[in-house]
Design a protein around this ligand. Sequence first.
Ligand code: G4P
Length: 528
Amino acid sequence: MLQHEQEAQRRRTFAIISHPDAGKTTLTEKLLLYSGSIHLAGSVKSRRASRHAVSDWMKMEQERGISITTSVLQFNHRGSVINLLDTPGHADFSEDTYRTLAAVDAAVMLIDHAKGVEGRTRKLFEVCRMRKLPVVTFINKLDREGLDPLGLLDEVSNTLNLKVVPMNWPIGMGRDFRGVVDRRTGMAWLFSTDSHGTERATLQQMPMTDIEPVIGERLFAKLQEELDLLNTAGDDFTREAFLAGDVSPVFFGSAMSNFGIEPLLNYLADDLPGPGPKETTTGEMIAPSCEKFSGFVFKIQANMDPKHRDRVAFVRVVSGHFVPGIEVKIARSGETVRLAQPTTIQADERVFIENAFPGDIVGLYDPGKFRIGDTLSIGLNISFAGIPRFAPEYFGRLTLEDPLKRKALDLGLEQLAHEGVIQPFYPSNSGGRMDTVLGAVGLLQFEVLRERLKHEYRVQARFEPLSYRFARWIAGPPEAFKWLAERKDYIVMKDRTGRLVLLSDSPWPLQYAEKNAPGLVLHEVEPI
Ligand code: G4P
């Protein structure tokens, strides 16, 4: 087997999906701690805090203590190379979060056991389902009182229409939380910790049948009852169903107090799938074993350092072996570009890399030639299907403070739209009196837009929110479009690729149109 094939098989590339405050930052730190990458948990956060402000945009990130950018953490565990793609976690998240899911082979769905399935988790899960990604569930904060674990599993299963199978089961919760039982082996992992989560928790492993004297009669009886119920009434787990995204293995624990991290991490290293083949627009499958290099751009981050006005394009390697200096062809433009200065971002620090294999992410210096969704390859005449756009939920328009800056504004909007900062919508008929409407999936995107227009394009613009809440890509036969065109109360605009999009303040007109316009289909995700 060739080196790049062997290396590809060791890769485990995933992202954590969760609602803000479920504990993603904490869990990320603890996965690093348990893999031996850092010795004291907390260093991800403290590094973030002590980092120098390299641009106003980054300053904005720091002032608010939020993470707008996506970084990639790479670490080793049990012979696997784990790529954890971090996603913006604040309530004002952006399309980057969705796009990151186009670059991973699996996801960890993190749920706060006092809260159950929350809004953001549900949305992100739907993207995983669209991609048929295997999803591992981690139920967090068992050190606090929360929902009854059996009831919670039911809720997860019903809300997401997903089969869930616990791999381990919690022994008690809140103050009584003593550890977990591995359902496959019958071994109990009992925890104790006195270092407030900064070091690995001490662990005692013993057969479940022996733990009654340690955990007490009451907890033991409850545990047995729950396990019996799961064994008789629970769903079955098969690896095929997991890999197809139909069933999710569930782990319980507490990221803060280091309970249950190791079983999760071991599972991620041993059982997540390695990188698979990727389909091209002509239906060809490019396998990681293909010797020729290929990859695609899933994110572009601009001006991390204003002195250099640089942009970094994040590329997911699909096949072959990446080394610095290779010359790749961009499928869209046909241009050949030499890939110098490849970096990977580890714990928010850039590290230069010598090698990358299928499953890895490389951050490339971008001379302004790349766009999101671009295919890069050597000696392969292929294009991977693009990365879909997601319906914005916030809308607004910009008013120029200096009308002479119109050209600069248009240029800025076009370039920033290519980077995926915002989505512009234009009047669908040239006689329309409507302004360009800007859409974003998170409010913060507008602030990033304003800052960047000001600093990079010298354009001062006032942002005015609009009351739309929904955008839907329109599909269907000509009669459907005719029906919409005849209704003056429907706002139809064009996206930047010329596709028609329906905008609305509430869901009712959308439902009415779907019911009454012949053959009309409304898409929440741009169909590609
Ligand atoms: P996020 O990235 O998903 O937004 O969540 P983050 O890790 O920042 O955690 C959100 C809050 O939940 C933090 O508390 C964190 O300490 C807490 N937390 C995370 N895991 C656990 C857990 O297993 N048990 C309990 N009880 N709490 C947990 P905070 O008060 O907002 O911040 P901090 O002062 O602790 O940093």
